[in-house]
Ligand binder design. Structure first.
Ligand code: FDA
Length: 304
């Protein structure tokens, strides 16, 4: 009950525009620097280098919430291109993750599509893969439509499927051959479209992981859940699925020992490295997922 209230509270904060705007001026506060890799791409690349040295591959994400004008969306697009160029120049083992709303999906589908094309042209030139993060259900169909359109022109782009959605299994079927990141799902959705029961979500999660792997499609299993990870390890072994057909993904600053253990066992592990001034919404969503993460904030407040 208390956990549910805390989840709702952090989710409310993550969507609070005034707090998000104010936080941009504060710099990384409340321990956020443990899970956000600085405010600029150069800060993030330093962290990526450290992670690469430990055998971890990475994806960087320039954080951004509430993009409401074309100017803001163009700025985000430019920053994505700059990030791609910086990845290429610094020769790190890293790709890019981004969100459609940051590129203007709520302003105009066509405008967002053009911004995506510009980013993918740059990524193509440098042989860098771009992952479209999946946002809330309201943006799901548009994101998949845009992916389908982009995949006709580019093969260095993929997206994310959320296991809590009833539609996940059908989407996986339609996306056979597309590199996908599979997650449980991070947003609050209604029972009409999403499972609410944790066990049901976990069951569906493992079901879609098996489905995409069995199709022979590249699969990123993005989870901190050791039970799921152990099940995947067993499944791939029993079904002779090669280790280069899938990867595990975890967020920067979470379960770092487990990340390294998987690397030592010979698995590909990619760390999702978020950076940027707009850190508040991301940080609050992580709190909502696992209120125990409040420990980050407490440590952040008590340390200098
Ligand atoms: P979950 O939170 O369900 O935890 C299961 C169990 O794992 C816990 O009970 C605990 O035992 C253990 N555990 C979890 N975290 C732990 C920790 N920090 N320390 C110790 N034990 C821990 N979502 C989305 O909607 N769209 C997206 O694009 C993405 N992208 C994305 C990328 C990456 C790389 C990751 C890792 C996650 C996402 N997500 C996402 C978020 C995802 O949907 C989901 O909300 C979170 O990963 C939380 O679910 P988990 O599967 O990690 O475990």
């Amino acid at each position: 009950m208390l956990e549910q209230s805390m989840k709702s509270f952090f989710m409310f904060l993550s969507q609070n525009k005034a707090m998000n705007h104010a936080a941009k001026k504060w710099g990384l506060k409340f321990g956020a620097s443990q899970v956000v890799a600085g405010q600029t791409i150069d800060n993030a690349i330093l962290k990526v280098k450290e992670l690469n040295e430990k055998g971890l591959t990475c994806t960087v994400d320039h954080l951004g919430e509430f993009v409401e004008s074309k100017e803001e969306a163009m700025e985000s697009t430019e920053y994505c291109i700059k990030s791609i160029e910086t990845i290429a120049e610094s020769k790190v083992d890293c790709n890019l993750s981004l969100k459609m709303t940051q590129l203007g999906l709520d302003i105009s589908y066509e405008f967002c599509l053009e911004n995506m094309r510009r980013i993918l042209n740059s990524a193509n030139k440098h042989n860098i893969f771009v992952r479209i993060d999946m946002e809330d259900y309201a943006h799901c169909q548009q994101t998949l439509d845009m992916l389908a359109e982009l995949r006709k022109e580019y093969n260095n782009v993929g997206t994310v499927i959320q296991a809590y959605l009833h539609r996940a299994e059908k989407d996986i079927e339609d996306l056979n051959g597309v590199p996908l990141r599979l997650v449980k799902g991070a947003y609050k959705e209604s029972p009409e479209v999403a499972y609410q029961d944790k066990n049901k979500i976990d069951e569906n999660y493992f079901r879609i992981i098996k489905q995409h792997l069995t199709n022979g499609s590249y699969t990123a299993i993005a989870s901190h859940d050791h039970t799921i990870i152990e099940k995947v390890k067993k499944f791939v072994k029993e079904n002779n699925i090669p280790k280069d057909l899938f990867e595990f993904q975890m967020l920067y600053g979470f379960r770092t020992n487990l990340q390294l253990q998987l690397v030592q066992e010979g698995y590909i592990v990619r760390v999702y490295v978020p950076f940027g001034k707009d850190w508040f919404g991301y940080f609050m969503r992580r709190m909502a997922e696992r209120p125990q993460n409040v420990a980050f904030a407490v440590r952040g407040l008590t340390s200098k």
